[in-house]
Design a protein around this ligand. Sequence first.
Ligand SMILES: *Cc1c(COP(=O)(O)O)cnc(C)c1O
Length: 392
Amino acid sequence: MKCANDIDARDVEEMFINIDPIQAGGRLTPEALKAVIAYADGYSVCDHCRKPFRLDYIKKPPIAEFHEDCARWLNMDVLRVVPGARRGFQAVASTLVQKGDPVILTSLSHYTEFVSVEQSGGVPHEIPLDENNHVTAENTAETIEKVVRESGRSPSLLFVEHADYQYGNIHDVCGIAKVAHQYDIPVLLNGAYTVGIMPVDGKALGVDFVVGSGHKSMAAPAPSGVLATTDEYADKVFRTTQAEGDVTKRTFGIKEVEMMGCTLMGVTLVGLMASFPAVKERVKNWDTELEHSNIITDALLSVEGTKIESDCPREHTLTRVNTIESFNKVAETHKKRGYFLSKDLKKRGIVGVIPGSTMVWKYNTFGLTDKQTEHVADSFRGIAEDNGLTIS
Ligand SMILES: *Cc1c(COP(=O)(O)O)cnc(C)c1O
C-alpha cells in the first residue's frame, strides 16, 4: 500500500512490537497523532502570533504555557523548544565555547555532542570510563585536571549523558556536576534517553542545562526537542539579536540568536505539546518499565552463552546484549546466516533488531505492555530452543 507516489504506507507500529533502540520513546500518542493532522500545514501554529512575534509567546494554541509547564516539570527556570537534542547542544556550545577552548565530553558521548563542539571550534576531551562502563566523578576530576595542566586553559563546557546510547547505563550526574562546578565549568545534561521516559529533575542533578529529544523520548514528531536552563544562563543562551541593516536600519526585536528567531512552527511542536500530558504520566511508571526491561534480560540470560553488557539489573529500557557465544554460534551454520534472528523475531511479530546482527546488538523495551513483554521474553527463549541452544 502506498500513501503517496512511490512512498509506502508505514505500519510498523500497528503491525509489530517494535524494540528498535531509537524508536521506542518517540512513538506518538493517540493525542499527538490527532493533533498533527490538524496542524499538518506549514507554519500552522502562527495563526494567532501577535506582538512581540515570537514562538514562545503564542497563547493559542497554548505554546507559552507549555514552555512554562515543561520548564517546571524538569525543575529548571527557562525552556525553549529546539529541532532535536542536537540543536540544543549546538545552541549551548555556540554560546559558551570559543575557538580553541577545551570542552569535556565522555567516552560515551553521542556524535551530535562532538559535532556541536566542532562547530564552535572547541577541542573535545573525553572522560575515560571505569571498568563498569560508567562515567565517574573521579575520572571527571582527573580529566579536568589533566586538560587544565596540558592546555593551560579551563574547559568552557562539560557534557554528560544521563543515560548513554551505547549501554543505556545511568551515570552519576550529581557527582560529576559537583566536580565540574568546583572548576566553574557549566554542565549540560544530555537527556536524549531520559527526558520523557523517566523522571528528570535538573536542580536535583545540579546541572546548568537539560537537553531532551522530542522524537527520541517525548512521543513527538522529528525533529523536536527541548533545551532548559537556569536564570543564570538563560540571558546568555537565549540572548536576543542585536543585528541591524546598514541600509534599512531595520532591527529585529526580541528574536533569539541561537534559536534563529523561532524554531518549531507547526506539526513538531503541536505533537510535542499534545503528548506532554501523557508523557508526564508515563515517567511515573518507570518502575514498571524497568520490571519489563529485566524480564527480557532474564530471558536472554537464560540462553546459555549470552551476556548482557549493560548494568544488571537494568536501570533503563535500552540494553546492549552480547550473543557471540549463543545466537552467533547458530548463525555460523544457519542457511540464513545472521539473518535468522531478525527473521524469526519478525515471524513472531517483533521488529527492531538490526537484520543480520547476532554479535553485539541493542534493543529497547520502552512502552511494552505486560503481555508484550512476556511475548518478547518467550520469543527469545523459543528462538534459542528452536535452534538447539541450551536454556537454563
Ligand atoms: C539520539 C541521541 C542524540 C540525538 O538526539 P536528536 O534529538 O536526534 O538530536 C543525542 N544524544 C544521545 C545520547 C542520543 O541517544
